[in-house]
Design a protein around this ligand. Structure first.
Ligand SMILES: [Zn+2]
Ligand SMILES: [Zn+2]
Length: 246
């Protein structure tokens, strides 16, 4: 579909459920089953879940509800060149939606500024261990956190899961920015290009960061991407895990 001005209509792409299918093997297909489950679980009001976001009224009218599309921030009415569907408390286990916190917040579509405003504080406050992979701006459509106990359930390859698990156990490192205790291990694309590079995940030095600077690094990697259409992003949960992209 082509929008005005000849650019691909990203909004149309994200509305189309089938386009949300995922690509790491059979990991997390996202279909109508997930959509109906989403309705049942959306118990918190949008205002309570996202106090800082101004939602577009037209994205909350009867037609939007009928289509089952998530409300979106007001800025996406003007510019959809950068958008992300945020489901902060949800993980997809081979297509089945699993809530990873009580009272999961509902899905919302946001522009880059609204995403940063919504997640920055919570990301930086996450006390657990994180291994995070810099996304490939050209091909990534989802960026989500998986706790170690869910590695198998989401379909991570056992070798990849083992390699990440080992790095998560590494301790005693300090933040390269501020010398506080490091909790994040960041892998740039130059170091680890994909989750298949098991040896590099195990052997690359990566960059050790405290939660504050880890969160900053992740947000900076989004900042560096001029255009994005992220179909699914969540926030960290559990004691330790990995931020992966597909
Ligand atoms: Zn916005
Ligand atoms: Zn730091």
């Amino acid at each position: 579909m082509i929008a005005e001005g000849g650019k691909p209509d990203k909004r149309a792409r994200s509305d189309f459920g089938a386009a949300r299918g995922i690509a790491i093997g059979n990991l997390l297909p996202y279909g109508s089953e997930a959509r109906s489950a989403r309705k049942k679980l959306a118990r918190i009001s949008y205002e309570a879940a996202y106090p800082g976001i101004r939602l577009s009224p037209s994205s909350r009218n009867w037609w939007a509800r009928l289509k089952g599309t998530a409300p979106e921030c007001i800025h996406l009415r003007e510019d959809v060149s950068w958008m992300a569907a945020l489901l902060p408390d949800t993980l997809y286990l081979r297509g089945k939606r699993a809530q990873r916190r009580d009272s999961p917040r509902p899905e919302v579509s946001v522009c880059h500024a609204c995403l940063v405003q919504t997640i920055a504080e919570e990301l930086a406050a996450f006390p657990g261990r994180v291994v995070a992979f810099e996304p490939d701006a050209e091909i990534f459509t989802q960026y989500f956190f998986v706790a170690t106990e869910d590695f198998d359930a989401v379909g991570l390859a056992p070798e990849t899961a083992a390699a990440i698990g080992k790095r998560l156990k590494q301790s005693g490192e300090t933040c390269s920015e501020c010398s506080n205790q490091a909790k994040w291990l960041w892998f740039s694309r130059a170091e680890v290009e994909s989750l298949d590079e098991v040896e590099k995940i195990g052997g690359s030095s990566g960059e050790w960061l405290c939660p504050k600077h880890g969160a900053k690094k992740l947000l900076a990697s989004f900042e560096a991407i001029p255009e994005a259409n992220i179909f699914y992003m969540n926030l960290p949960y559990g004691d330790a895990g990995a931020y992966v992209w597909i």
